[in-house]
Ligand binder design. Structure first.
Ligand SMILES: Nc1nc(=O)c2c([nH]1)NC[C@@H]1CN(c3ccc(C(=O)N[C@@H](CCC(=O)O)C(=O)O)cc3)C=[N+]21
Length: 310
C-alpha cells in the first residue's frame, strides 16, 4: 500500500489564474472588453474580510476591473437590494458576488434572486441552478467547478466511476452531483441522515466531502486508491495546548487527512486544495459572464478542445 498523491490545488489555481489573465488580455485587446467583478460584503466578519481582500487582489492581478462594496452590518435589505439593482444595470460590471452568510435580518434568498442571472458568478440563482440541472449553459458554482477541474486533471475520464458526494447543500453538494453526472459518473449523494455513511463512502471511486464537520470522514471510510476531494475549511483550536489556550487556530478539512493518506490514491489538502480553486473559478466565471454579455466565445487559453472550461 502506497501513500496518496497530494493534489496541489494551490499550484493548479495559480496556473489557471495565469491562463485567465491571458484570456483577459486577449478580450481587452481584441474586443476592448474589460471584465468587471463587484463583491458586496455586509458586516465586519474578520474571516470574510480576508477572503474578500484576496478576491479583490487576484481579480486585479488577472487584469480585471474590481470593486468591493463594504456595507455596515445594520444595512437594510432594501438598501442591499438597491445596490444589487444598480450593479445589475452597470455596464462595467459583469459579475456580482454577495458574500454569504448575510446578517440574520436580511433574507438571503431574496437577495440572490435579485441578482441578474447573467451576472450571477456564484451560480446561486435558481435560473443557473436550473440550467445546470437540465444541461444548458449556466454559470456554475465556483467550488464544485474547481473540484471537477482537479478531478479531471487527476483521473482523466470520469466515465463509469462511482462518485459519492457527502453533503447536499445548494452551493456545493447538489451542483457537484450535477457536474459529476454530466461527466458520466454514477452519483450517490449522501448526508447526515444517510444510514451507514461509512459503508456508502467505502463504495466511492471518487469521494467529495462537503459537510462542514472537521475530520468527519475517517481513513477507513475510503476505498483503496480512491480520489478524495476535501471541500471543508474548518477552523479548530491549535494542536499545541498552550497555543490553543492563547486562541490560536489551525485549518482542517472534512476528511481526517493523515489517516486518509494511507488509503486514498490521491487527496486534496486543507489548506492548499479546493479553497484556492474556488477563487480562481470566480475569476473564470467573471470572464465567462463578460464574454457572454457580448456574445463572444471564451478565449482559447481557458478552454478545452470542446470549447468548455473543463
Ligand atoms: N457568495 C459567496 N461565495 C463564496 O464563494 C463564498 C462566500 N459567499 N462566503 C464565504 C465562502 C468561503 N469561501 C472561500 C474561498 C476560498 C478560500 C481559500 O482560498 N482558502 C485557502 C486559505 C484559507 C486560509 O488560510 O484562511 C485554502 O483553502 O488554501 C476559503 C474560503 C468562499 N465563500
Amino acid at each position: 500500500m502506497s501513500e496518496a498523491r497530494i493534489i496541489d490545488g494551490k499550484a493548479f489555481a495559480a496556473d489557471l489564474r495565469g491562463k485567465i489573465a491571458e484570456g483577459v488580455a486577449d478580450v481587452r485587446a481584441r474586443h476592448a472588453l474589460v471584465p468587471g467583478l463587484a463583491v458586496v460584503l455586509v458586516g465586519e466578519d474578520p474571516a470574510s474580510q480576508v477572503y474578500v481582500r484576496n478576491k479583490g487582489e487576484q481579480t486585479r492581478e488577472a487584469g480585471m476591473h474590481s470593486v468591493t462594496h463594504r456595507l455596515p452590518a445594520d444595512t437594510t435589505q432594501d438598501a442591499l437590494l438597491r445596490l444589487v439593482d444598480q450593479l445589475n444595470h452597470d455596464p462595467s460590471i459583469h459579475g456580482i458576488l454577495v458574500q454569504l452568510p448575510l446578517p440574520a435580518h436580511i433574507d438571503s434568498a431574496a437577495v440572490l434572486a435579485a441578482i441578474d442571472p447573467a451576472k450571477d458568478v456564484d451560480g446561486f440563482h435558481v435560473v443557473n441552478a436550473g440550467r445546470l440541472a437540465v444541461g444548458l449553459p449556466a454559470l456554475v458554482p465556483c467550488t464544485p467547478l474547481g473540484c471537477l477541474m482537479l478531478l479531471k486533471d487527476t483521473v482523466g475520464s470520469l466515465r463509469g466511476l462511482h462518485a459519492v458526494v457527502v453533503g447536499r447543500s445548494n452551493i456545493v453538494g447538489k451542483p457537484m452531483a450535477q457536474l459529476l453526472l454530466q461527466a458520466d459518473c454514477t452519483v450517490t449523494v449522501a448526508h447526515s441522515r444517510t444510514v451507514d455513511l461509512a459503508e456508502t463512502c467505502r463504495r466511492a471511486d471518487i469521494l467529495v466531502a462537503a459537510v462542514g464537520r472537521p475530520e468527519m470522514v475517517r481513513g477507513d471510510w475510503i476505498k483503496e486508491g480512491a480520489v478524495v476531494i476535501d471541500v471543508g475549511i474548518n477552523r479548530v483550536p491549535a494542536r499545541d495546548p498552550a497555543a490553543a489556550a492563547a486562541g490560536k487556530t489551525r485549518l482542517v478539512g472534512d476528511v481526517a487527512f493523515e489517516e486518509a493518506k494511507a488509503f486514498a490514491g490521491a487527496i486534496t489538502p486543507v489548506p492548499g486544495g479546493v479553497g484556492p480553486m474556488t477563487i480562481a473559478c470566480l475569476l473564470l466565471n467573471t470572464l465567462t459572464a463578460a464574454c457572454r454579455s457580448r456574445g463572444l466565445e471564451l478565449p482559447p487559453m481557458v478552454t478545452t478542445a470542446r470549447g468548455t472550461p473543463v
